[in-house]
Design a protein around this ligand. Structure first.
Ligand code: SAM
Length: 250
């Protein structure tokens, strides 16, 4: 393990980012969060099963954990499905820092794949195409072509990474979504939910993961089964903000 690597409660590693003063994952479990918050909550396996193919937008590649778990779960559950993932990252860590995290993944071939992806920006094999774009996501999004079925929205917190939680970026993502596509994120902040609504998403509650809050799911149009409704009090507040002039966000 390299310095600054921390074991989370499910035994999987994460890191602490000194400038953001945040961890890359929930301390309840980095792998648990990747699997439950991102892969399961986004219904990406079901989508792959229904369509035979799936396209994912991965905002904040970080240590590659969400991306790796998506590949692992989809390929296990729907062998032969075609997977395409576009990852965005503005501050790619050196490969020797990332390797211990890749080696902790559930399959060794994932570690090799991610290492090559980080070194070349691309990984292509039968039924799997990965692209890692090192850029400011809020700028690069304009040159990315949809449609996507799934978005993993995993920046640092809205307080220190506001550009990726703002309505213009969320609207730019939404305009690249397939009908019924789902965005999943760990934040359940009212301001984030309001930004999603302003960007045209329908919103609902995500799953609780470990000791973390439920997070938020958002869909492009309605989905079946429907998203779990957010609590009525917050819903009323959001409606007031959407209707009212000069809506203050908290
Ligand atoms: C919470 S970590 C992501 C963890 C990652 N999803 C994983 O599974 O390991 C947030 C990541 O977003 C990246 N990031 C923050 N702001 C960004 C921006 N404007 N554009 C692109 N990437 C950004 C950070 O550098 C960091 O790697």
């Amino acid at each position: 393990m390299v310095e600054a690597t921390i074991l989370t409660r499910d035994g999987s590693p994460t890191r602490y980012h000194p400038r953001y003063q945040q961890h890359y994952h929930s301390l309840s479990g980095a792998h648990l969060e990747a699997r439950m918050r991102y892969v399961v909550a986004s219904r990406v396996v079901e989508r792959a099963r229904d369509q035979g193919k799936v396209r994912i937008l991965d905002v904040g590649f970080g240590l590659g954990t969400n991306l790796a778990w998506a590949i692992h779960e989809i390929q296990q559950e729907v062998p032969g499905a075609s997977i395409e993932i576009v990852s965005l990252e503005r501050e790619l860590l050196p490969v020797d820092v990332l390797l211990p995290h890749f080696r902790a993944l559930p399959e060794t071939r994932l570690a090799r794949m991610l290492r090559d992806l980080v070194q070349t920006g691309e990984w292509i094999e039968r039924n799997l195409r990965l692209q890692l774009i090192c850029a400011e996501a809020q700028i690069e999004i304009d040159s990315i072509e949809g449609p996507f079925d799934t978005v993993f929205l995993d920046p640092f917190s809205p307080r220190c990474n506001p550009e990726l939680w703002a309505s213009p970026f969320l609207a730019a993502i939404r305009s690249r979504m397939a009908q019924g596509g789902i965005l999943t994120t760990y934040s359940c902040a009212r301001s984030v939910r309001l930004s999603l609504l302003r960007a045209g998403w329908e919103i609902g509650v995500g799953p609780r993961v470990g000791s973390k809050s439920s997070g938020t799911l958002a869909s492009c149009g309605s989905v079946l089964p429907p998203l779990v409704a957010i609590d009525p009090k917050q819903s009323r507040w959001l409606v007031r903000q959407l209707r009212g002039p000069g809506d203050g966000e908290t």
